[in-house]
Write a protein that binds this ligand. Structure first.
Ligand code: LLP
Length: 422
């Protein structure tokens, strides 16, 4: 495989590091990432776009760890952010404002101020009301805000779960394509707005190129409309959404095919391409390492109870997402079982009725393809401290996020109240 996770003498390794070594050193549950895989993924995508002006803005909602961001920053990536918190992280990791595009339907005035102060490359605008707010904030600061309009191309998108579909009619995302003409004309009356780009994001984990083929011409219509109003458009932002295989028989996204379609659109317009991949760069590079706490047999079923729960990885509970699960140390026997966490919810599972290695208490499991939307979607539910994050690079490994401690859980809380009177 090219995920960076491979078996050597029957033991799963992260690059050159045996996973049991990591578990012994930092405990479980632990997120483990392969640096080489992240680099390789970035380079493969960059290579597919060689020769066309473009920039890869990593969608950091997928994995916002500072060390991961730093690694991508060193390769020349930019970031796609969706909050002031992500902007803060990006700056901490070494990105400058010029490396940042700011997406999202609900930016606050404070976040817009922060973005303008940091001179971000583009604010991707999703409504007329937001546009007017940005103009007012920029006016107060005496600056001109560079923006892109996020177009909702209203195409049919197929994703494994409806929650990760965005480019369809009736979604909260983007500006309906029928409203673009009016909006680009309105912008001419907003002196503190510079329309520099048009963009879209169709959804996540999109398995084929059809939605892209349908949507790009609609995006190009929007570019024409903007140019017809005299706007100096420079960027075409095609969003993220490249899929990765989660199930054993799934195929890798055809990056060359994707690139060919997108490149054609960019060349036709002469615009600089912006890409916002998240999952594609990091998903396969990550594994959630967990220890089996108990085996349980109840009502004719077998359960494997792990020390990781839905607070550590919510994708199965939230999207019925499939994640491959392997024994870290080879076992020959298999059983059909549910893999469940310790949390008091029936939704707290990682696999149901699946053929799995027949592991005993104390043994390690690897929950695969969890480098994207794994740690970033964790919570403290059931007052469970967040897991540790580890980066493997060749034969070395390092802690990149410490395991949370109990003190961290209550750090912002007050038991002794200072009442305010009204
Ligand atoms: N750009 C925008 C504006 C987005 O909203 C997203 C993802 C991306 C880029 C990156 O998409 P990607 O390349 O990673 O597919 N939590 C869900 C995924 C939600 C994605 C939200 N937006 C999951 O675990 O599957």
């Amino acid at each position: 495989s090219d995920s960076g996770f491979d078996r050597r003498q029957g033991v799963l390794h992260a690059e050159g590091v045996p996973l049991p070594t990591i578990a012994a050193a930092v405990g479980t549950p632990a997120y483990v990432y392969c640096a080489g895989t992240i680099r390789a993924r970035y380079e493969r995508l960059a290579h597919a776009f060689e020769g066309v002006p473009h920039r890869i803005h990593f969608a950091m909602k997928a994995n916002s760890n500072l060390a991961v961001l730093r690694l991508l920053q060193e390769l020349g990536a930019g970031v796609d952010i969706v909050s002031g918190g992500e902007l803060y992280r990006a700056r901490e990791a070494g990105f400058t404002g010029r490396d940042v595009v700011f997406s999202g339907v609900g930016k606050t005035v404070q976040e817009i101020e922060q973005a303008l102060d940091d001179r971000v490359l583009l604010i991707n605008v999703e409504s007329e009301a937001e546009l007017v707010t940005i103009d007012a904030v920029a006016a107060r600061k005496g600056v001109v805000a560079p923006i892109a309009i996020r177009v909702n191309p209203e195409v049919t998108v197929e994703t494994p779960h409806a929650y990760i579909r965005t480019g369809e009619k009736g979604q909260k995302f983007g500006i309906p394509r029928d409203d673009i003409t009016r909006l680009v004309s309105l912008i001419r009356e907003l002196p503190h707005i510079a329309l520099r780009g048009l963009g879209m994001h169709l959804g996540s984990q999109i398995g084929n190129a059809d939605p892209l083929r349908d949507a790009l011409p609609r995006l190009l219509v929007a570019v024409e409309a903007a140019r017809a109003e005299g706007h100096d458009v420079r960027y075409l932002d095609v969003g993220g959404g490249l899929s990765v295989p989660y199930e054993p028989d799934e195929r890798d996204a055809d990056v060359e095919d994707y690139a060919q379609i997108v490149r054609a659109a960019a060349t036709e317009t002469g615009l600089t391409l912006l890409l916002e991949p998240g999952r594609y760069i990091v998903a396969e590079a990550g594994t959630l390492l967990t220890q089996v706490l108990y085996r349980k047999h109840a009502a004719g079923k077998d359960f494997i109870v792990t020390d990781a729960g839905m607070s550590d990885l919510i994708r199965p509970a939230l999207y019925q997402a499939y994640h491959a699960i392997e024994a870290v140390v080879d076992t020959t026997r298999t059983i059909t079982a549910d893999v469940v966490g310790p949390i008091c919810e029936s939704g707290d599972f990682f696999a149901k009725n699946r053929e799995l290695p027949d592991v005993s208490a104390g043994e390690l499991l690897a929950i695969r393809t969890t480098g994207a939307y794994g740690y970033t979607m964790t919570s403290n539910y059931n007052s469970r401290p967040r897991a540790v994050e580890v980066l493997a690079d060749g034969s070395r490994f390092a802690i990149i996020t410490e395991r949370e401690r109990y003190e961290d859980l209550v750090r912002l809380e007050r038991a002794h109240l200072q009442w305010r009177t009204t």
